[in-house]
Design a protein around this ligand. Structure first.
Ligand code: IPE
Ligand code: IPE
Ligand code: MG
Length: 245
């Protein structure tokens, strides 16, 4: 079967797209494969989605790879996911760097081995001056944990109650310096947030597709962008002149 390749790009491209990469386990189960085979297929899919983001002119891409709740999965799955993270850095870092992708991590690194923490920090350091695409990897990330972490930092820095405003909180999140997501995509048909970007996503547009993550490709990303273009983002306002009081 030949797939149609859309070449007409929407005029309005979101600056920041965030993706909940879900459905690896169900993709594997449908093929009578172990769950980890689904995770490996999910990782193999990263390259084509990152390339498509570059092609479409998206400047920030955030990928939800492992949540603070995912530690509660069976030990062999968690260990497998840690190994996959380790391998993917080894395998993809040079090419990402060549393609001027800047890597950033959202979440806490403390639970990773010293060696893996060093690898992640090295990737961040190596790519820090790249500016074609910022790629945030949310690993051991939870939106609630991020807010707790921000409060810890704000208190440790000695801010007083009257200093606290939304801007200050935003500046202490893992995404400091990154615009809020315009579009959040969730694969595998689940309509829930699962603790992802709960602060930053306050006014994000959502796109949910039944496609499992290992099969989510360029065409479907483009379909999400076309849908996004048709959305009327109101941010709580109504058409007409702004307030006059
Ligand atoms: C998403 O796929 C990847 C991670 C959460 C690490 P899942 O593993 O959640 O796949 P399903 O939801 O069980 O199909
Ligand atoms: C969200 O998916 C986390 C990631 C994709 C990394 P989950 O599969 O963990 O979420 P729930 O359990 O369906 O809410
Ligand atoms: Mg899932």
């Amino acid at each position: 079967m030949t797939k149609t390749r859309h070449n007409q790009l929407p005029a309005k491209i979101p600056a920041h797209v965030a993706i909940i990469m879900d459905g690896n386990g169900r993709w594997a189960r449908e093929r009578k494969l172990p769950r980890l085979a689904g995770h490996r297929a999910g990782v193999d899919n990263l390259r084509r989605v990152i390339e498509a983001c570059g092609e479409f002119g998206i400047k920030y891409l955030t990928l939800y790879a492992f949540s603070t709740e995912n530690w509660d999965r069976p030990e062999n799955e968690v260990r497998g996911l840690l190994n996959i993270l380790d391998d993917v850095i080894d395998r993809e870092l040079d090419e990402l760097h060549e393609n001027e992708v800047r890597l950033w991590h959202l979440g806490r690194l403390e639970r990773l081995s010293d060696e893996l923490q060093e690898k992640v920090n090295h990737a961040i350091e190596l790519t820090r001056d790249n500016d074609r695409l910022v790629l945030n990897i949310a690993w051991n990330y939870g939106g609630r944990d991020e807010i707790v972490h921000a409060i810890e930092k704000i208190i440790a820095s000695g801010f007083a109650a009257e200093d606290i405003d939304e801007n200050l909180v935003s500046r202490h999140l893992y995404t400091a310096g990154c615009p809020d997501p315009d579009l959040i995509i969730r694969t595998s048909g689940e309509f829930r947030v699962s603790n992802f970007l709960i602060w930053q996503g306050a006014y994000a547009e959502w796109y949910v597709t039944p496609t499992y993550w290992p099969e989510f490709g360029r065409e479907e990303l483009l379909a999400a962008l076309i849908e996004y273009e048709s959305r009327d983002r109101r941010f709580g306002r109504v058409p007409g002149p702004a307030k006059s009081y």
